[in-house]
Design a protein around this ligand. Structure first.
Ligand SMILES: *[C@@H]1O[C@H](CO)[C@@H](O)[C@H](O)[C@H]1NC(C)=O
Ligand SMILES: *[C@@H]1O[C@H](CO)[C@@H](O)[C@H](O)[C@H]1NC(C)=O
Ligand SMILES: *[C@@H]1O[C@H](CO)[C@@H](O)[C@H](O)[C@H]1NC(C)=O
Length: 479
C-alpha cells in the first residue's frame, strides 16, 4: 500500500498540481482502499477472494491497526501466542511474505510446491482468523491464545477431513458395534490363522444393520461374549437387547478427587503424535489410551512406547482415514489378539492402506477387554449420562480415557495455549482425543495434531458444562 501511495504521489507531484489536488488524489484512491481493508476485517469470508490483490510486503498490522499500534507485548500475549517451534515470531509485526516464508521454515513437511498458491491463500486466511480473534480477545479478554500451528495452512475441507470420529453413520456404527457380541480375546498364538478378523466394513454411506452385518467380528471358535458396557443385540437377531455396563467398568476408588491430576506428571503419557491429513483420530486416541495403560500397569517402561495406528487404519476398518470409533479399534485389537508397534507398521495411511498379514501378527500389546460408558451404554436401563466426576474417577483408576468432542470451531485449528472454551460449541462430537487428567477448571487433553499444535500437542478445555460434548462417551482398555 505504501508503494502504491508513493507511486500515486509521484505521478501527481510530477504533474505539478496544487496541494489541494494532491490531497484529493490521495483521498480518492486511498479511501476505497481503506474501505476494502475495513470490509475485509468485518467479513473474513469475503476476504479470500481479494487475496491476490494484496501487496505481500504489507504488514498484517495494517489490516489490524488495533494490534499494530499495541506496543505492550505482554498484553498481546494474553490473546496471541507468537511461539512457533522453538522461536518467537509475531505475525502482526512482519510482512505477509515473511509470515509465509517463516511458516514453511518451521513446518517444512507442510510445503508442497504444486499447491503453493492454495496453501499461501489458506495461510493468509488463517492469519485473518487469528487476527480477528486477537482483536476480539483484546477487547473482551478470553482465556486461550491462538497462533501458527501445524494446521494453519490446511484448507477448511482438509481440516474437516481430520475430524473422523463421528459422522452420522459412524455414530450408528458405534451403537451397532456395541450391539454385537465382542470377539473373544485369546492368549494362544496358534489360534491366529484368520485373515479377516475384526475388520469393520462400515461403508460410510449406509448405516443399516445389513451393511455392518456383512463383516464378522466374532470368529467361529469364539464364544458369545457379553459386552462390558452398552446395549447388546444377539448375533443373528435384530432385536435390541439392553446390556448394563459391567461392574468392572465402575471405579472402586471413590475417595475425594484431588483438585489437579495429570498422568503426564507421573510419566504415563506418551508424546503427542501427528495424524497428518488422515481422519484416523479414532485410532490415535485409542492407541494413546492403550500406550498409557501399558505404562501404568508396568507392562512397558518405554516412555515412547508407540503402537501402530497404521494397523488399525489399514486392517481395522475399510478406509480408516475416513473415520472410525474406539469400538472399531478395540474390537479389532481383541479379534487380532493384539496390535503391533509403530516400527513394524509405520504410519503412512494416506499412501498405503494394505493390511500386511504377516506384520499384523507381530503383537506388541494386547487387551483383555474394554469398557464403553456414556450415552451408548446403559445403567439401570437408561443411557448413562456421564458427569465430570465419573470421568475423573475413571481416569484416576484406569488411566487416560478415549473421549470425543466437537472441533468445528475455527479457533481449535489455531489453538496454542490457555484454557479453551466456547459457549456456542456444538455437543455433536466429531473428533477423538485422550483425556489425561484435569486441573481446577479444565480437562487436560492429548491431541494427535503433532507437537507444534497446542501446548506440545496437548491442550486444556473448560469442564463443568459438557463443553463440546466431551461427556458424551468414554472408552478405556482393560489389560
Ligand atoms: C513490533 O516491532 C517493534 C519494533 O520492530 C517493537 O518495538 C514492538 O514492540 C513490536 N510490537 C509487538 C506487539 O510485537
Ligand atoms: C502490559 O500489559 C500487562 C498485561 O495486561 C500489564 O500488566 C502491564 O502493566 C502492561 N505494561 C504497560 C507498560 O502498560
Ligand atoms: C495354545 O493351544 C494349544 C492347543 O490348543 C496348546 O497346546 C498350547 O499350550 C496353547 N498355548 C498357549 C500359550 O496357551
Amino acid at each position: 500500500m505504501r508503494n502504491l501511495l508513493i507511486l500515486i504521489v509521484g505521478i501527481v507531484a510530477a504533474s505539478s498540481t496544487t496541494d489541494a489536488a494532491l490531497k484529493d488524489a490521495i483521498t480518492n484512491v486511498a479511501a476505497p482502499f481503506q474501505r476494502e481493508i475495513q470490509k475485509h476485517i468485518d467479513t473474513q469470508k469475503q476476504f479470500l477472494g481479494k487475496l491476490l490483490n494484496i501487496d505481500p510486503d504489507s504488514q498484517l498490522s495494517q489490516l489490524f491497526p488495533a494490534i499494530g499500534q499495541l506496543t505492550n507485548l505482554t498484553k498481546l500475549k494474553e490473546c496471541y501466542n507468537p511461539s512457533i517451534g522453538d522461536e518467537e515470531f509475531n505475525i502482526f509485526n512482519n510482512t505477509i511474505f515473511d509470515v509465509i516464508k517463516t511458516y514453511y521454515k518451521v513446518f517444512p513437511e507442510n510445503f508442497q510446491l504444486t499447491k503453493f498458491g492454495d496453501k499461501a491463500k489458506n495461510l493468509f486466511q488463517s492469519t485473518q482468523e487469528i487476527g480477528q480473534y486477537t482483536v476480539d480477545c483484546l477487547l473482551n479478554p478470553s482465556e486461550y491464545q491462538l497462533g501458527l500451528t501445524q494446521l494453519t495452512d490446511f484448507s477448511g475441507s482438509e481440516y474437516n477431513s481430520l475430524l473422523g470420529a463421528a459422522r452420522n453413520d459412524l455414530e450408528d456404527r458405534l451403537i451397532v458395534s456395541n450391539f454385537r457380541e465382542r470377539p473373544k480375546p485369546s492368549n494362544n498364538e496358534s489360534d491366529d490363522d484368520d485373515d479377516n478378523d475384526g475388520v469393520s466394513t462400515g461403508s460410510g454411506s449406509s448405516s443399516s444393520s445389513d451393511t455392518t452385518s456383512g463383516s464378522s467380528i466374532s470368529r467361529p471358535t469364539s464364544k458369545p461374549r457379553k459386552p462390558l458396557g452398552g446395549i447388546g443385540i444377539g448375533l443373528g437377531r435384530r432385536k435390541r437387547q439392553e446390556v448394563e455396563v459391567d461392574p468392572i467398568c465402575f471405579p472402586k476408588n471413590t475417595e475425594p478427587l484431588p483438585e489437579k491430576f495429570d498422568w503426564r506428571k507421573m510419566g504415563k503419557v506418551t508424546p503427542a503424535r501427528y495424524q497428518g491429513s488422515c481422519g484416523g483420530c479414532w485410532a490415535f486416541a485409542s492407541l494413546a489410551a492403550l500406550e498409557s495403560a501399558y505404562l501404568i500397569k508396568g507392562k512397558t517402561s518405554n516412555k515412547n512406547f508407540d503402537l501402530s495406528e497404521q494397523q488399525l487404519i489399514a486392517c481395522g476398518r475399510k478406509d480408516g482415514c475416513n473415520g472410525g470409533t474406539s469400538v472399531d479399534a478395540f474390537n479389532y485389537i481383541l479379534a487380532n489378539n493384539g496390535v503391533t508397534d509403530e516400527g513394524t507398521m509405520p504410519f503412512d495411511a494416506k499412501k498405503n492402506n494394505n493390511c500386511d498379514k504377516k506384520k499384523k501378527k507381530k503383537r506388541h500389546a494386547r487387551i483383555k477387554d474394554y469398557c464403553l460408558r456414556g450415552i451408548y451404554a446403559k445403567v439401570d436401563g437408561k443411557p448413562e449420562e456421564l458427569t465430570d466426576q465419573q470421568i475423573q474417577y475413571a481416569i484416576r483408576e484406569y488411566g487416560p480415557v478415549y473421549a470425543t468432542l466437537n472441533a468445528d470451531h475455527i479457533a481449535v485449528k489455531h489453538l496454542k495455549t490457555g484454557m479453551y472454551s466456547n459457549k456456542k460449541c456444538s455437543k455433536q462430537t466429531n473428533h477423538a482425543i485422550l483425556v489425561v487428567g484435569w486441573d481446577k477448571k479444565g480437562w487436560i487433553i492429548k491431541n494427535s495434531w503433532g507437537k507444534k499444535w497446542g501446548d506440545d500437542g496437548f491442550f486444556r478445555m473448560k469442564r463443568g458444562s459438557n463443553m463440546c460434548g466431551l461427556n458424551t462417551y468414554i472408552t478405556f482398555p482393560i489389560l
